[in-house]
Design a protein around this ligand. Structure first.
Ligand SMILES: C[S@@+](CC[C@H](N)C(=O)[O-])C[C@H]1O[C@@H](n2cnc3c(N)ncnc32)[C@H](O)[C@@H]1O
Length: 258
């Protein structure tokens, strides 16, 4: 607990990362990884294998950009470093331990950046949708990996808005959330049009069980249509003991390679 608090206090990050809870979540996830290593193993391996196979459709060299690089547990680090000249890791927050895990490699660039471009408006209580354009003009970008970020995009903003601003009704929030996801997908497609290979790994469904009975299943795409994934697998993200009572959470995850 004290180590986690110290990390939270001393991590250098943008004010939005602290304010909207991204830093808190990164610190909590770091502790969770240690507790759930066995339950997460299969997800991490499958995600890494899927991304590796996808990146090998591209020639060697150039830049790989990873959106939602987080703690890096589902990223094939060695394969990325082997395949590309530079690896740009984009997230709201990178912990010191994450930087260390990448070995301070000369090819790696840590970029703290809001991939939606909307969070400055969110903290003013305003729901805007912005179509990201960042780096689309960089012809050296050969591989773009959206690493389990899609379904997460509205999560922190919605939690923050629920505590701070009461003027938005549910319908507005649902439409705005869907807009965030759609803008990210359009962004990925734009990289594809520019010649990059794109790997999308994204949650499909969040399932909550109690005593092995399905309680609730939530569509992580918030009603947006999507093509059948090229692969899908289970992520036992919260095995028994992680949630209250006998509850567990399993995410169904999909992988698409364009
Ligand atoms: C489920 S985690 C991804 C796990 C990560 N791929 C890994 O290997 O550890 C989702 C990540 O998306 C990041 N994220 C969510 N919204 C973001 C935003 N608007 N801009 C940048 N990063 C964001 C979070 O900080 C978090 O690290």
């Amino acid at each position: 607990m004290i180590a986690e608090l110290l990390t939270w206090l001393t991590t250098d990050c943008a004010p939005q990362a602290r304010k909207l809870g991204y830093l808190y979540e990164a610190v909590a996830m770091q502790a969770r990884i240690k507790r759930c290593a066995q339950a997460w193993k299969s997800h991490c391996e499958q995600a890494q294998t899927f991304a590796t196979n996808c990146m090998h459709r591209q020639e060697k060299g150039g830049i790989a950009v990873v959106f939602g690089s987080g703690l890096g547990v589902d990223l094939p680090k060695a394969a990325l470093l082997e395949q590309f000249d530079e690896v740009w890791l984009v997230d709201m927050v990178h912990l010191r331990s994450t930087k260390k895990a990448w070995g301070y490699h000369h090819k790696v660039r840590f970029i703290e950046h809001d991939v939606t471009g909307t969070l400055n408006d969110v903290v003013k209580g305003s729901l805007t949708t912005i179509q990201p354009q960042q780096w689309l003009d960089n012809a050296d970008i050969r591989f773009v990996f959206s690493a389990n970020i899609l379904g997460q995009l509205p999560v922190q903003p919605l939690a923050w808005l629920a505590n701070q601003v009461t003027t938005h009704d549910d319908e507005q929030l649902i439409l705005w959330s869907r807009g965030l996801l759609q803008a990210h997908l359009t962004y990925l497609h734009a990289f594809k049009k520019c010649g990059a290979v794109v790997c999308l790994i994204a949650d499909l469904e969040w399932q909550y069980h109690e005593n092995n009975k399905l309680l609730q299943s939530i569509d992580a795409w918030r009603g947006l249509e999507h093509a059948t994934p090229d692969a899908s697998w289970e992520w036992r993200i919260a095995p028994r003991g992680e949630l209250h009572g006998n509850r567990t959470q399993t995410n169904w995850v999909g992988g698409w390679c364009w």
